[in-house]
Design a binder for this molecule. Structure first.
Ligand code: HEC
Ligand code: CU
Length: 347
């Protein structure tokens, strides 16, 4: 019994430490879901890792010295059987000792502050190359809008960017805005977290060096569904990125087979909150639904995207995100089927 209890507490402590590092059980199975700041894949995240090693090194050394001295004192000066009960020698005021424990900590703090300031400066003032991609990111309760102004693309929750090469740098510069409350944009393997604040434009840049999926989340409590305000960043080869851009810009031909579903969409309040190319829908309150099916998730990562899940979402979004800003529209089953058949064609 004792053994299992101890094994259990060791396990708990280990999971706790791992969770501090952002390594969850899911991440162990799927490396693309890893969010550790210790495995950076982009320049700003890399500088942050180096800085954190320095900070952890210095604090680790302080920890070792302090703990060592406490342990030494506890053992060396513990009460013994033949204790004479007298007070030890009382020593007051040693100038060298006072000076040492004032100056040394000041030096340590100065070193930490200056190294942090240098990294912050390097990241914030990094020159923006001509080739950089611009994206305006808007945080909403509880989803992300990604607007590529030069490309004329608006999408949600899943950011697509090219990887940067050694010959040609292709960083992505994100301008962060908020439509409502304070949020925070954080993809740990790509860059440090940056607050998204109403009436303020913050900037952040990422420069992934390899293709793949990098996950993140809103890192500032922003209301009930803050935990389901997830982020996905897909880094593509420049060719694949161009292909994605082409697909997003392509105008969808009207499919007569789903005309009924299209009618349901256009005569329902969906159009007040959502934009959809080629329809009268131009709402800005919810995600842009053009090319909806090119996304892997719905509701900012609340569920994976498939016609079945899409139907369940529209029927009652609050079952996946209680308090969500999209109401259940109480459509009849046949309307719902037609609507989903139509939305499923938005590739
Ligand atoms: C009052 C505004 C409003 C109305 C009306 C509305 N929606 Fe939404 N919708 C939203 C908001 C806000 C979200 C984002 C929810 C979230 O992720 O937290 C959303 C999300 C969605 C999503 C998921 C998109 C994504 O990429 O994650 C779909 C699909 C969708 N709505 C379809 C519809 C359809 C179809 C209708 C009409 C039957 C409709 N909505 C009506 C506001 C609305
Ligand atoms: Cu948020």
């Amino acid at each position: 019994m004792k053994h299992t209890a101890r094994a259990h507490s060791i396990f708990c402590a280990a999971t706790f430490l791992l969770s501090l590092l952002g390594v969850s059980a899911a991440a162990a199975n799927d490396p693309s879901l890893q969010t550790s700041i210790f495995s950076p894949e982009s320049a700003p995240a890399d500088s942050i890792k180096h800085l954190s090693f320095l900070v952890l090194g210095i604090s680790g050394a302080i920890f070792a010295v302090v703990t060592g001295m406490i342990l030494y004192a506890t053992v060396r000066f513990r009460q013994r059987v033949n204790d004479d009960g007298k007070e030890p020698a009382q020593i007051y005021g040693s100038n060298p000792v006072e000076a040492a424990w004032t100056i040394v900590p000041i030096l340590i703090v100065v070193v930490l502050a200056l190294s942090a300031a240098r990294v912050i400066q390097q990241i914030q003032n990094a020159p923006k190359p001509e080739s950089a991609l611009d994206v305006v990111v808007t945080g909403h309760q509880w989803w992300w809008e990604f607007n590529y102004p030069k490309l004329g693309i608006v999408t949600a929750n899943e950011l697509h960017v090219p990887v940067s090469g050694l010959q040609k740098r292709l960083p992505t510069f994100l301008q962060l805005r908020s439509a409502d409350v304070a949020h925070s944009f954080w993809v740990p393997r790509l860059a440090g977290k940056t607050d998204v604040i109403p009436n303020r434009h913050n900037q952040l840049w990422i420069e992934p060096q390899r293709t793949g999926l990098f996950v993140g989340q809103c890192a500032e409590y922003c209301g009930t569904q803050h935990a389901k305000m997830l982020l996905r960043v897909y880094a593509h080869t420049p060719e694949d990125f161009e292909r994605w851009v082409g697909e997003q810009k392509a105008v969808q031909a009207e499919d007569p087979q789903v005309a009924a579903g299209r009618m349901v969409f256009e005569r329902t309040a969906c159009i007040n909150c959502h934009t959809l190319d080629n329809t009268i829908a131009d709402g800005r309150f919810g995600p842009n639904l053009s090319h909806l099916m090119s996304r892997e998730t719905l509701g900012a990562g609340a569920l994976s995207n498939s016609p079945t899940n899409l139907r369940a979402w529209i029927k009652n979004p609050a079952q996946f995100k209680p308090g969500v800003r999209m109401p259940a529209m109480n459509l009849s089953d046949s309307d719902l089927d037609q609507l989903v058949a139509f939305l499923a064609t938005l590739k």
